[in-house]
Design a protein around this ligand. Structure first.
Ligand SMILES: Nc1ncnc2c1ncn2[C@@H]1O[C@H](COP(=O)(O)OP(=O)(O)OP(=O)(O)O)[C@@H](O)[C@H]1O
Ligand SMILES: [Mg+2]
Length: 270
């Protein structure tokens, strides 16, 4: 099993688009996939056909069993939706002991998936700390511009802090250059800089493609919406790369030890 959070505190860099299309592409390749929406914007429900039901809030705050909060949306593809109530969840969590590991504890006995992919909100708040302490891998979509690079360095640091402070096994295993336009000089320069600094962690770039913007209107993945588009081609390549690396990153889905000696994440980051 691989537990991946798609994360970047910077907004609008393609986290949700990547979660949805990577998930759909992996499912089409026969992998059993669960997508978890931890973003109060609830964008996964806007991108895929998800009927209203129990969601990530029910799991985290109301103690619902994970099986009750999951809906099947396509062959091999399940979703745990998120909604604006997750904003309230963050406030409630703030008053709890061991608040950073609630998601991990609620999903302790989750089995049967090859991939669990968490779509994170653009922040470094408690929900994202929970996502990182559930996941073993962070995939970071990065817009191919100078501000994207700044966001990436911050994310890299945040992942290191989580690893160190909570003694948790998480690594940044993929940097995904997004919003790439090869006619644009700054995009090309930023991609070269990413490849120079992060070597094999860098995936193929995801080019700007209006089809990726349009697909959510039909509640479809890019492969259902326009399988011949550049967006579909780029995400297909990413899916292949991710599957190729399975032997390197896949871990047994047995429960692991919860970390002890938890300190407040924010204090350490400060
Ligand atoms: N490669 C692309 N080409 C064109 N548009 C894209 C591409 N990737 C994403 N988009 C569009 O850009 C917008 C932001 O993308 P997305 O919602 O995936 O980012 P995000 O990082 O999840 O945002 P947030 O931080 O708000 O959660 C959306 O309208 C999406 O359809
Ligand atoms: Mg998003």
């Amino acid at each position: 099993m691989r537990r991946i959070c798609v994360i970047n505190q910077k907004g609008g860099v393609g986290k949700t688009t990547t979660t949805v299309n990577l998930g759909a592409g992996l499912a089409a390749e026969g992998k059993k996939v669960l997508l978890i929406d931890l973003d109060p914007q609830g964008n996964i429900s806007h991108c895929l056909k998800v009927e209203p039901q129990k969601d990530a809030y029910s799991l985290i705050i109301e103690n619902a069993h994970w099986k009750e909060c999951i809906v099947n949306v396509a062959k091999n593809l399940d979703v745990m939706p998120g909604r604006e109530t997750l904003t309230k969840a963050e406030i409630i969590l703030a008053g709890e002991q061991f608040r950073e590991t609630v998601l991990r504890r609620r999903l302790e006995d989750i089995r049967g998936y090859d991939y669990i992919i968490v779509d994170c909100p653009p922040s470094l708040g408690l929900l994202n700390q929970n996502a990182m302490l559930f996941a073993n891998e962070a995939f970071v979509p990065v817009s191919t511009d100078p501000l994207g690079m700044v966001g990436l360095k911050k994310m890299e640091n945040a992942v290191r802090v989580i690893e160190k402070v909570f003694d948790h096994n998480i690594r940044m295993t993929k940097v995904i250059p997004s919003m790439y336009d090869r006619r644009n000089k700054i995009c090309k320069e930023t991609l070269a800089e990413l490849q120079n600094d992060y070597y094999e962690l860098v995936s193929n770039p995801i080019r700007i493609n209006s089809k990726l913007k349009e697909a959510p209107k039909k509640k479809a993945s890019i492969f259902e919406y326009d399988k011949a588009s550049r967006g579909a081609k780029d995400y297909r390549e990413l899916v292949r790369f991710v599957i190729y690396e399975e032997p390197k990153y896949s871990v047994p889905d047995t429960p692991d030890q919860l970390p002890g000696g938890i300190k407040a994440f924010k204090e350490v980051l400060a």
